[in-house]
Design a protein around this ligand. Structure first.
Ligand SMILES: C[S@@+](CC[C@H](N)C(=O)[O-])C[C@H]1O[C@@H](n2cnc3c(N)ncnc32)[C@H](O)[C@@H]1O
Length: 341
């Protein structure tokens, strides 16, 4: 009939509470966690566990999850770093990119291990979504959370957190009522969107908050605090917004795409299109690591490692586990006849 929502950090329980009324509240609210809690995950140390717990509840409009935790790729990084050491020297000025890096924690940990081997490298972690926007009506205190392109994700009106994408299901009648109300109200908020977004991104002082036509707009980062800290402290590590369908800004020596190019997210044409943008982004001799994690505990990854030939063709140079399930799509999308057409 109804679901409430978690709107304050003290009610974001890691495990079911003992007190009966809190337990009832926990049961009614645990599947609707407000993105506003991201405000509390920005500070280092103890906030990293809070952030990782929160990420398990963050689902974007395309259905992709952002689950992340420490050392997920520990066994993969060791093998990959060994292969990269065979192809590049410690003196090389490498550009290594990790695409669709989600919260960038695995990128940060991979970069830290690579910096010992290739101290002159530059590393870019990228994802399509690095932040979401919170839009608060300053009078009514209603809050919308939306993706940067304006797709609404949540309507927060304590004690409710209403899901907007995907919609609240009909059997939750009260939630469905608030969903319809929120969609109606969203039409008004959507009007100021282009202007509000431009204001936020044009600010050169790094201010992440703006007031616009009675609304307060804030940018909430969905990047892991450890990755943000590394980007602040080491100029060799950067985080930027980028789509796997676009070419890199500069020719890369290595590109990794883990847990993004698979049939659960994209069709064959889209995977082939991404493969072509990756090949076009690699220098001749550059390396592409393509794979999917099939088990987190113990960690098991099926990965194919390719090298780009001068012609633009890919050569499979290594396989980990069973190899990538889309390796054949990548290989056929980058055959010289296809690339030339
Ligand atoms: C399942 S996560 C994988 C994260 C990371 N590579 C890993 O293996 O842990 C998929 C990520 O792809 C991002 N994503 C979805 N579509 C994308 C696109 N077209 N370009 C870049 N990133 C995209 C999502 O935002 C999400 O963070």
């Amino acid at each position: 009939m109804l679901k409430l929502g978690v709107c304050r950090p003290e009610y974001f329980f890691a495990s079911p509470p003992d007190r009966p009324w809190l337990y009832v509240y926990y049961r009614l609210s645990r599947s609707r966690v407000s993105f506003r809690l991201l405000h509390y995950s920005g500070r280092e140390a103890e906030s990293t566990t809070f952030f990782e717990r929160l990420m398990r509840h963050i689902r974007l409009s395309n259905g992709v999850c952002r689950t992340t935790f420490e050392r997920r790729f520990r066994n993969l990084d060791t093998v990959v770093n060994g292969i990269l050491s065979q192809h590049f020297s410690a003196r090389d000025y490498l550009l290594i990119e990790d695409w669709a890096a989600s919260a960038c924690l695995t990128s940060c940990q991979w970069a830290e291990s690579l910096l010992d081997i290739f101290p002159q490298m530059r590393f870019v972690a990228s994802d399509l979504v690095l932040s979401v926007l919170e839009i608060e009506n300053r009078d009514s205190k209603e809050v919308f959370i939306a993706e940067e392109d304006g797709t609404p994700l949540q309507y927060v009106r304590p004690p409710f957190v209403i899901r907007l994408t995907p919609p609240e299901p009909w059997p939750l009648l009260i939630n469905r009522f608030w969903y319809s109300w929120a969609k109606f109200r969203w039409q008004n908020v959507r009007r100021i969107w282009t202007r509000a977004e431009a204001l936020l991104y044009q600010d050169e002082n790094g201010i992440q908050q703006k007031d616009c036509e009675g609304y307060r707009i804030r940018k909430l980062s969905v990047v892991h605090p450890r990755a943000l800290a590394l980007a602040r402290s080491d100029g060799r590590f950067a985080i930027r917004r980028h789509s796997v369908f676009d070419r890199a800004n500069a020719p890369c020596h290595v590109i990794r795409t883990m847990n993004i190019l698979n049939r659960a997210y994209f069709n064959e044409q889209q995977i082939a299109q991404a493969a072509r943008s990756i090949v076009a982004s690699l220098i001749p001799g550059g390396i592409w690591i393509l794979g999917r994690t099939v088990s987190d505990d113990p960690p098991v990854h099926n990965v194919s490692i390719f090298q780009r030939r001068r012609s633009g063709e890919l050569e499979l140079i290594e396989q980990i586990g069973e190899g990538s399930e889309v390796a054949s799509i990548a290989l056929s999308a980058t055959e010289p006849t296809i690339l030339a057409s």
